[in-house]
Design a protein. Sequence first.
Lengths: 327, 228
Amino acid sequence: MNQQTFESLYAGRWDQFAQWLERSGAARKQEAQSQGMASFDMPARYRELCQHLALARDRQYSADLIERLSGLALGGHQVLYGARSRSLDRARNFLRAGFPRAVRREWRFVWLAIALFFGPLAVITCAIPSHPDFAYVVLPADVIDSAQQMYGGEAKALGRKRAADTDVGMFGFYIFNNVRIGFQTFASGLLFGVGALFYLIFNGVFIGAFTGYIVDAGLAANFFSFTAGHSAFELLAICLSGAAGLKLGYALIAPGRLTRTAALRGAAAEAIPLVIGVAGMLLIAAGIEAFWSPRTFVAPIIKYAIGIAIWCLLGAYFLFAGRSHGS
Amino acid sequence: MLDTEREVPTPEGIELNLRLAGPVPRALAWSADLLLRAAAFAALSVPLRALGEVGSGIMLILWFALEWFYPTVCEVWFGGATPGKKALGLMVLQSDGTPVRLTASLIRNLLRGVDFLPFAYGFGLLSMLVNRDFQRLGDIAADTVVAYRESALKHGAIPEAAPLPPSKPLTLREQRLVLDLAARSPLLTVERARELAVLIPSVTGTQQPESALTRLLSIANYLIGRRT
């Protein structure tokens, strides 16, 4: 068969295929519903097109024809193999089971990150009262200066450096700042884990020194009633983003039987649920930190109780959610 | 062979061709995106500034979203490319030729920060130059590539002539040769074009410089599907 016969035989079918591809996904779906799926048997038509392309290549037909057919095949390939499940379902499943399951699956990295973060935090917090000078080594001068404004007894809204700061303004700042740190902690794990290690330990030391300094300065009641509400979401999110980063780094250092590239790909795909979860947790933390934590009309004891309740609920979520199948 | 075209085998036993994009068009696309984002941010910040502290909070959220989610949202829900990439005819694909998936897009865009190190995409550039698929680190981790949307053949550039079928079937390589030369011929002096056309007598079937070039153009017209 020469090329012209070939073209005249099948050009109509290729045109139909091209038209079908041109319509956007939504229009296609609508049409399929109104006419029944049989109106265009996409997989069969795609296989036919692949056969034509293979024939055209084998018979050395003109470059133009081959180019056109491979363009159509590429489009068909994308539609056929790029089909995705509905994203709303996926989001619900992720929240109900996917996220806590991912956290439990990566328990080694999660516990390592918790140790790397809370270890220095606890040690430094406890050490500051006996070695108060260390706070000045770690904390910049403006942080120490602002502690009194943020947590002093006369503060109208806790945790604010300036009286003019509004809830919404601080909400934006917390999102901008904290989620970025979470993402950076994860991404810097690509540097053989060193970045994630650094962020975890640095944040542990910094927060520990600040907490120790605040306690030493006698501002503990205000400080803890401010941090109680959002601490669970924020601190655990830091640990989880660190765990995700450590996983990336570990895949590069010890890829096992895979190539480093393959190990990195696998690790990144497995770590990404943690990072998505971290972003969500930090958004919630930012909301609590901006709108609830600064309030002074609530007695500290109530804020402590709520904070402890959130810690317990979050812990239970990570330990137990999504354990059963199919529910 | 040193080539930017990558062949992807499919389950149907055919090979799809992806033309991968190198650092320069990708850097241009990124710059275009940067300008676009800066313009959007500047335009929106004017009314927001009037809102005072509340507005500054919204501005920070906006900045955050533009920095971290703009590429992913564009890639996953708007045809595999940010507006900058679209302007340069690029798109992001999985390396198996399927559309980029949400997780892969998130990975490649979250790891962008590491590609940016130590400054101005230093690691990313290094990675692209070493990697045969021009992948930056984020692409490697996400298993994605950046490819051109359109094919390389530019038919418009081939001068029109009466189409003539070649006297014998040409291999794909020979066809490419003919088409490339025909497309380049308007940029060359006539003498040079004739000199080159004479070099493939197996295709044109003549040693005569003038007729060799006209034959070659005619065959090229036939090959790109012009009839009559």
